[in-house]
Design a protein around this ligand. Structure first.
Ligand code: ADP
Ligand code: MG
Length: 440
């Protein structure tokens, strides 16, 4: 019977899998039962998690009635169960890496300290749900968005909350680069099996910035299996990425599609009100009462992400402490002068208009005017799209600068240019050239 099973398994498993996991099993078979003996616990767990279901199916397929039950045990077909010599060290080694699994959590990264705004509402609510019902709510939870928008903070918040309600929960938070590094080390030291087992024994696995998995095939492979094992065991998986998963090049399709099985949420750059709230709250945590106008001033100028906001705030507070001066508007402008210059000088709309007009050999008048021939509207649309991409101006503000156009016109231009760049390489080249000219 077992030989037929093996033949049949050979169709679904690789030769390597057969040799590593299946052939070493010793077998005792009778009418009622097929007993598979694994040399140690690790092999048993692995076979159970990876292959048992398949083995059961195969047994059903190849045996006549009555179908024997499949038992998987530790031991050998001989007399009493014994441990293979190699099992001992493997199990002792397990202790050490376990302590190191993942990175430390930041205790301050909690839900309480995470300020909610429209930009992060969905992500926060989803993370909250997951923290309250790990493995039950959304699995995996996939959070994506640009740098400094609070992805890592939210992940830690989930972990901190889970540990609060269950201090024994086994949670690993790892940056994907660390995951890759640890795996490479495990391969070198021949401890890859321990590595695998550790990851699979978790209640929750959080991997940060998975865009770094791109192109790392072996890691993706390993991660894929770990991921599946965890999902099957209803253990929570949380992932973050700096962009929408489907847009990460060099990531296997099967991973991408699986990421979509749970919930995928975006986290956007904070809108003005959220930024202001964050600034006031962080200042208060530092014992500083930040005047509203100062908070608005900083928030208006630093729009890209929360980390930069924090940096600016820290600078203002430090300067104020150092000089003993109160935080006024003038003081803030002075303290942030070089930082703001950087943000503002970066690119102005005026600058964009001149550069685009120049590039397409046309006059600024036409660019901003009313004429609607294609040779003029294209550059105009490109200029608007560049203004949206490179400055912090809002759509209405950009429209205003482009001859008093409506914000919907600007929005349309941005969409149109995006679409054209995807279909027309010449336009994409133009756009890239302009981007380069403007930013370097
Ligand atoms: P990401 O992982 O998305 O790059 P982080 O989670 O590291 O960003 O966030 C950057 C910094 O901004 C952290 O110090 C974090 O605490 C803070 N932060 C981000 N979003 C918020 C928020 N909504 N409320 C409070 N702090 C935030
Ligand atoms: Mg992060």
């Amino acid at each position: 019977l077992w030989q037929r099973c093996l033949d049949r398994l050979g169709r679904d498993l690789t030769e390597q899998e057969l040799n590593t996991w299946i052939r070493p099993l010793q077998v005792k078979a009778d009418e009622q039962a097929l007993r598979l003996m694994a040399p140690n616990r690790f092999v048993r767990d692995w076979v159970r998690d990876q292959f048992l279901r398949l083995i059961q199916e195969v047994v059903e397929e190849v045996s006549a009635d009555p179908i024997p039950e499949v038992h998987l045990e530790i031991g050998s077909a001989g007399l009493k169960p014994r441990r293979s010599p190699s099992a001992e060290p493997a199990e002792r080694r397990q202790q050490a890496p376990e302590a190191r699994l993942g990175s430390r959590l930041v205790p301050d990264h909690t839900f309480e300290n995470f300020i909610e705004g429209k930009s992060n509402q969905l992500a926060r609510a989803a993370a909250r749900q997951v923290a309250e019902n790990p493995g039950q709510a959304y699995n995996p939870l996939f959070i994506y968005g640009g740098v400094g928008l609070g992805k890592t903070h939210l992940m830690h918040a989930v972990a901190n909350r889970m540990l609060e309600s269950n201090p024994k929960a086994r949670i690993a938070y790892v940056h994907s680069e660390r995951f890759v590094g640890d795996m490479v080390k495990a391969l070198q030291h021949n401890t890859i099996n321990d590595f695998k087992r550790l990851y699979r024994g978790l209640n929750a696995l959080m991997i940060d910035d998975i865009q770094f998995f791109a192109g790392k095939e072996r890691s993706q492979e390993e991660f894929f299996h770990t991921f599946n094992a965890l999902l099957e065991g209803q253990q929570q998986v949380i992932l973050t990425c700096d962009r929408y998963p489907k847009e990460v090049n060099g990531l296997e399709e099967r991973l991408k599609s699986r990421f979509g099985w749970g919930l995928t949420v975006a986290i956007e750059p904070p809108e003005l009100e959220t930024s202001v709230a964050i600034l006031i709250r962080k200042a208060a945590q530092d014992g500083v009462q930040l005047p509203d106008e100062v908070a608005f001033f900083i928030a208006q100028r630093i729009r890209s992400n929360v980390r930069e906001l924090e940096g600016a705030l820290r600078r203002v507070i430090a300067n104020s402490r150092f000089t003993g001066q109160p935080i006024t508007m003038d003081f803030t402008k002075e303290a942030l002068r070089d930082l703001l210059a950087l943000h503002e000088k970066l690119v102005t709309i005026d600058n964009i208009q001149k550069t685009v007009a120049n590039y397409f050999k046309m006059g600024i008048k036409d660019l901003l005017g009313k004429r609607r021939s294609r040779s003029i509207t294209r550059p105009r649309q490109i200029a608007m799209a560049l203004a949206k991409e490179l400055t912090n101006h809002s759509l209405p503000e950009i429209g205003e600068e482009f001859g008093g156009r409506d914000h919907t016109t600007v929005l349309h231009a941005c969409r149109k240019v995006k679409e054209l760049r995807e279909t027309d390489t010449r336009i994409d080249d133009d756009y890239q050239n302009l981007l380069r000219t403007l930013t370097t």
